[in-house]
Ligand binder design. Structure first.
Ligand code: FES
Ligand SMILES: [Fe+2]
Length: 358
């Protein structure tokens, strides 16, 4: 007996037909404390080799990590706190990417070394985070993502994990409200039995959307620990930044989840946390394994998903549980279009209430 094949899902155009990575936006590079004065490090972001360095005065700069002479990564060389010296032939470059010396030249060889340069990237440092801008030198830089209410304070903790999956799948996985009871099934967070219907109000917000301020569901044990009646607000903004802000009594907690593509098949997820509760700082060593477990659950599900995605299946996004994912792709498309047409970005998200069980 043969079984009738399942009909093809009635799905919109494959969501991944949007541009892979958006440019003209800030991407999280690393926490400030990972880069000491006089140090440099190499990192791949959006498929581009990047050298990040902090000069002696404390200023961070970013160069394309390829020597214009013969292509060796500049990060293989030395950094004296002012200039980077290439390991191969000792050419030197300053923070503006300008060549300052070619040691092999003899006195009468007039080469204008200042006309040789490597590409630089705009860098912003705020609230203990280093962001890199991917765009052109003459762009008007957009606002740097920030943790509301923590304008002067550094972050309390950053957890970094590499996900083996393309950016879109990691982002959609992180904003997906329906995976909680299945992926994060831990006694201290959610159980399948605790699932119930939810209705959350959403509204457009700059470059994204927001789950408007509300009291979180009672099945989140972790929220109860905060004390007072907690109120939470979750914002998503392009390119791939989620900001959860919880106010409980006189205390605040903000978690920024920033996803930065490394290359076509991997991305780095950074969970950056701010809080005002002193007891949470004392508890940090105890809490860290929980944070890691939570993030690993998301990482592992994205890794498992790759086995199926390798066959390029048609995918589905259903209402309302996947509406945020639909918005994400819509936002990406509109952002890319608005840049290509050199016009204002028009947020395609309309305010509405989404309902799902989780
Ligand atoms: S390759 Fe860098 S100086 Fe020659
Ligand atoms: Fe998750």
């Amino acid at each position: 007996m043969t079984q009738a094949p399942h009909p093809l899902p009635d799905s919109p155009a494959t969501p991944l037909e949007t541009p892979k990575w958006l440019r003209e936006l800030w991407y999280f590079a690393l926490p400030s404390r990972a880069l000491k004065a006089g140090a440099m490090l190499a990192k791949t972001m959006l498929g581009e080799p990047m050298l990040l360095a902090r000069d002696q005065s404390g200023k961070v700069f970013a160069l394309r990590d390829i020597c214009p002479h013969r292509g060796i990564p500049l990060s293989c060389g030395r950094f004296d706190g002012t200039e980077v010296e290439c390991r191969y032939h000792g050419w030197r470059f300053d923070a503006a990417g300008t060549c300052t010396a070619i040691p092999s030249l003899v006195d009468d060889q007039a080469v204008d070394v200042g006309r040789i340069g490597v590409r630089t990237y705009a860098v912003a440092e705020a609230q203990g985070n280093i962001w890199v801008y991917f765009g052109d030198a003459d762009d008007t830089l957009p606002e740097v993502p920030s943790a509301p209410g923590f304008e002067a304070g550094d972050q309390r903790h950053v957890e970094t994990m590499v996900f083996s999956g393309a950016l879109d799948h990691a982002v959609v996985g992180l904003m997906d409200p329906a995976h909680g009871p299945y992926v994060h099934r831990s006694w201290w967070w959610r159980t399948k039995a605790s699932m119930h219907a939810k209705a959350k109000a959403f509204a457009p917000s700059p470059l994204g959307f927001q789950m408007v301020r509300h009291t979180p569901s009672s099945n989140s044990l972790a929220y109860k620990v905060l004390g007072g009646k907690p109120e939470t607000e979750i914002t998503f903004r392009l390119p791939s930044i989620r900001i959860e802000s919880i106010a409980a009594g006189r205390h605040r907690f903000v978690g920024i989840t920033a996803v930065t593509p490394v290359d076509d098949s991997s991305c780095e997820v950074n969970q950056i946390m701010y809080w005002t509760m002193p007891w949470l700082t004392w508890l940090k060593p105890v809490l860290r394994p929980f944070i890691q477990t939570f993030l690993r659950q998301d990482r592992d599900i994205v890794a498992m998903q790759q086995a199926g995605l390798r066959h390029d299946p048609r995918l589905m996004l259903i209402d309302d549980a996947d509406t945020q994912a639909k918005w994400y792709f819509g936002l990406k498309r509109e952002f890319a279009r608005s840049r290509a047409e050199k016009r204002e970005f028009i947020n395609p998200v309309k305010a509405r209430t989404l309902r799902w069980r989780s």
